[in-house]
Every structure is written in C-alpha cells, then in structure tokens.
Write a protein that binds this ligand. Structure first.
Ligand SMILES: NC(=O)c1ccc[n+]([C@@H]2O[C@H](COP(=O)([O-])OP(=O)(O)OC[C@H]3O[C@@H](n4cnc5c(N)ncnc54)[C@H](OP(=O)(O)O)[C@@H]3O)[C@@H](O)[C@H]2O)c1
Length: 271
C-alpha cells in the first residue's frame, strides 16, 4: 500500500482558512442525527458556520440547540433532499444569508431493501432508494454548485460506503464477499462513487474538490446500531475530506479500511 493510501488522519484537520469575509460556511444534509450530526459537530468545532440540513424539523431543532449549546454557529435549514423545490429554497436562503458555500456534505441516506440478492430484489425499493441516496446527490450538488464556485476552496463530500466498491464486494478474500441481502443500498453507493469521479473530472480546473467518504460500519439508526464504530468516528472521515488543503486529492473514495488489521486505518479505497 502506498504512503498516500495508508495515510491516517491529520492531527487536527487542515482548514485552509480561506474564507476572506469570515468563517467558512458548511452545509450537511441529514444532519439531525447519526453521522451527519457528528459531522456538523466536528465542522462547528473547526470554527465553521454549520448549516444543519434536516427534513425532520423537530429533530433538526434539537440538533441545532445541542450544537449551539456547545458553542457552534449552527443553523437549521429545512431540507428534504428528494424535494427539488425545497432544495432550491434552501439554496436561495443560503445565498441570501451567506452569499456562498464552502463545504457541502451530501450525507443524507437510507438503507431500505428486502430480498436475498438481486434475483429477489424489489424494483420499486431500488427506485426509491436510488432517489434518496443517489439522485439527491445530483439534485443538491447542482443546486448549490453556483454557491460552491464562489468559495476560494469549495469541498464536496459525498458520503458513500465500502459496500459501493465493486472491487471490495467481489474480492473473494475480502470482508464483504459473503454479504447478501438487497442490492439496493450497495448499488446506490456504487452510483455515488461514479458521480464523485465524474464531478471531480468536470471540476478539475476549479478550486472545488469532490470526494467520496467511507465512514466504515458505524452504529446508527441506519443499521439498528449494529456497527462496530461510533458515528463520531465515521464523521471524522467526512471532516478530513471537507478540510482538504488545496493540494489534496479530488475524485477518490477515502475512509475507513475494513481490510486492515488496525481498526483506525484510513486511506484510499478501490472503486
Ligand atoms: N452507519 C453506517 O455504518 C454507514 C456506513 C457507510 C455509509 N453510511 C452513510 O452515512 C450516511 C448517514 O447515515 P447514518 O448511518 O448516520 O444513518 P442515520 O442515523 O439513519 O441518518 C440518516 C440521516 O439521513 C436523513 N435522511 C434520510 N432521508 C432523507 C431525505 N429524503 N431528506 C433529508 N434527509 C434525509 C435522516 O433524516 P430523518 O431523521 O428525517 O430520517 C438522517 O438525518 C448515509 O448516507 C449512509 O448511507 C453509513
């Protein structure tokens, strides 16, 4: 494994601090709980103004209160990532209040799906999950891209998963080979990985970097809290990608390496 692939978290995230007229502005979708909430917490601790995208406004308001009580400049933004008009309204608000966006973390996601493999999959479930996990990445990114382009160092983090890696899922010696169940979730994240690569290619000559995050298997509502890592550990992966320096990578899937013996091993994963 190369040095870059095996790199670990920096001790304290590298925040370029380029926001000329004040703190950087970050939007996290699905920020009312789980990895999204922890990501918002970590970005707030970095001194960023953090916008908590949430469709559940009750939980979102509770998250806003909690982060503000800790000293973060946190603001709830009503945002259902599958509601295009709502996404546009959120972007209009961010433009009116801040004029730009420095960090977008496409974190909102779900994991529904039944069946024991593709041959028993429900096409309706696949369609619904692709809308939440994949189409939303395009809808939200494209709506906020004009604001990200106004940032001197825009960063987009698409929260993906190692189970979206075709290489990892088909490696007979890897930890995911025996995984069965609905294909909807892995398929949705494979598509997020492709989108990440294509956005990075398209935006290569701009300051905007687009990367995919692998939080690792974290205990959240998404999996009935069966994961072995904490949501905060998963959020540190998004923090790392959200605060990459100007010479950092764009167009990689980076995060927890389940294949390594060291549970705190991070690096670039294969697509
Ligand atoms: N946990 C893991 O092991 C793991 C591993 C790899 C990747 N991930 C990814 O990490 C991300 C966060 O998941 P999590 O584990 O933290 O799960 P979680 O605790 O269930 O949180 C999911 C978040 O997404 C929000 N969300 C779902 N659909 C939405 C929509 N249409 N519009 C806006 N928000 C929506 C949820 O809001 P509500 O409260 O309104 O439902 C919630 O805030 C997901 O993209 C997931 O695929 C998780």
């Amino acid at each position: 494994m190369s040095e870059e692939q095996s790199m670990r978290y920096p001790n304290g995230a590298a925040n370029d601090g380029n926001g000329a007229d004040g703190a950087k502005v970050a939007l996290v979708t699905g920020a009312n709980k789980g990895i999204g909430l922890e990501t918002a917490r970590l970005l707030g601790r970095e001194g960023m103004t953090v916008l908590l995208g949430a469709r559940d406004l009750g939980r979102g308001a509770a998250a806003e209160r909690a982060l503000r009580a800790e000293g973060s400049d946190a603001h709830l933004v009503s945002l259902d990532v599958t509601d295009q008009e709502g996404v546009k309204a959120a972007a209009a608000r961010v433009e009116a209040e801040y004029g730009r966006l420095d960090v977008l973390v496409n974190n909102a996601g779900a994991a529904l799906g039944s069946g024991s493999g593709p041959s028993t999959a429900d096409p309706g479930e696949l369609r619904a999950l692709l809308d939440v996990n994949t189409v939303s990445v395009v809808a939200v990114s494209n709506t906020f891209l004009p604001l990200l382009r106004r940032s001197p160092a825009g960063r987009v983090v698409n929260v993906s998963s190692e189970v979206g890696s075709i290489t990892a899922m088909t490696d007979p010696d890897g930890p995911f080979f025996g995984m069965s169940g609905s294909p909807a979730y892995p398929v949705s994240k494979t598509a997020v990985n492709m989108l990440t690569a294509l956005y990075a290619k398209e935006l290569a000559h701009t300051p905007v970097k687009v990367n995919a995050a692998n939080p690792g298997f974290c205990a959240t509502d998404l999996n009935g809290h069966s994961g072995g890592r904490t949501a905060e550990q998963g959020a540190r992966v998004s923090l790392h990608l959200a605060t990459l320096p100007d010479d950092g990578p764009s167009g990689v899937l980076w995060g927890h390496l389940a294949s390594e013996d060291d549970p705190e091993s991070y690096g670039v994963l294969p697509w």
